[in-house]
Design a protein around this ligand. Sequence first.
Ligand SMILES: [Zn+2]
Length: 333
Amino acid sequence: MSFATLAGNERNKRVIQRLLQRGDGQIGRTLIFAGPAGVGKRQFALTMAKAANCLEVVPEQSPDSCDRCATCRRIDEGSYGDVIMIVPDGQSIRIAQTRAMNDEVFYLPREGRQRIFIIDEAERLREESANSLLKTLEEPPPTSTIILVTSRPDSLLPTIRSRAQRLNFTPLDLPALEAFLAAHYPRPREENALLARLSGGCIGAALAIDLSVYRQERRVLLELLELLADGHQRHRVMKAAEFVAKKERNEFEAAIEAINGLLRDLVIISAAAEGGSIVNIDLTDRLKDLALRLGPRRLILWFEKFSELRRQLRVNVNRQLAMEALLLSLQKQ
Ligand SMILES: [Zn+2]
């Protein structure tokens, strides 16, 4: 995408475009793109790389990408020689990777005007890897720009932070994200509204959600909550606990987050807050009905107990036992 089509974070857009304009084709900076996962940091970095090297534009006059020329297309595909992505090798970014980058930064561009190095998940730089980069980050040559992308900027060494210009990225407000989704991904309005809410305003997160999978999952979980509300179905509740606990780690965590979202919506409805702030707006009527059956006192207790389970799960307790214990204790409330 070009800066013209990217939504949100307008101030960052202007800062980057000024850098592109001022550079006389040469930028030579170290930048930190900081903000929550899925907020668009990588997309901005790629658009900057395209705008700096696009064959159709002169950055000094029009600092944006055309998104059609061979260079823009190859950068999008990840096959352009002057845009170099550094991603964690396993759990961390290793010193062999940063040493290789230290050499590369000082080469002239092979085919374009500006070499762009994007260090993704920069918080995973090991200390020795980060230290090996300090001199390079301090003063890259004018033909190289280094972008450290991170959702945890405070985990970067202070010596790294002090050498870079930091841009903070924030989620879009919901109407803006809904409008963006409607413009680029035609689907029923209700689905875009749900995606915007599920993603918390983060475009990348919204695009990564498979709505049909989420809905199917959510249906099972909501039925479980309804069963619990009625009590007396111990056998079915245990089966449900087993079903959730046996999922793969990612799916299990997604299920826990989905239950959390449903409970949060129920608490909001029960507190008679305006319906606009709930996530699962396509289920408003059913959630209202369940909130009424549960009542505010019981709901808050459920929410607290569930939050406790989430904390326990972070320290690797036996999932199935923890799930069963939780569901049975909710059933008694
Ligand atoms: Zn182009």
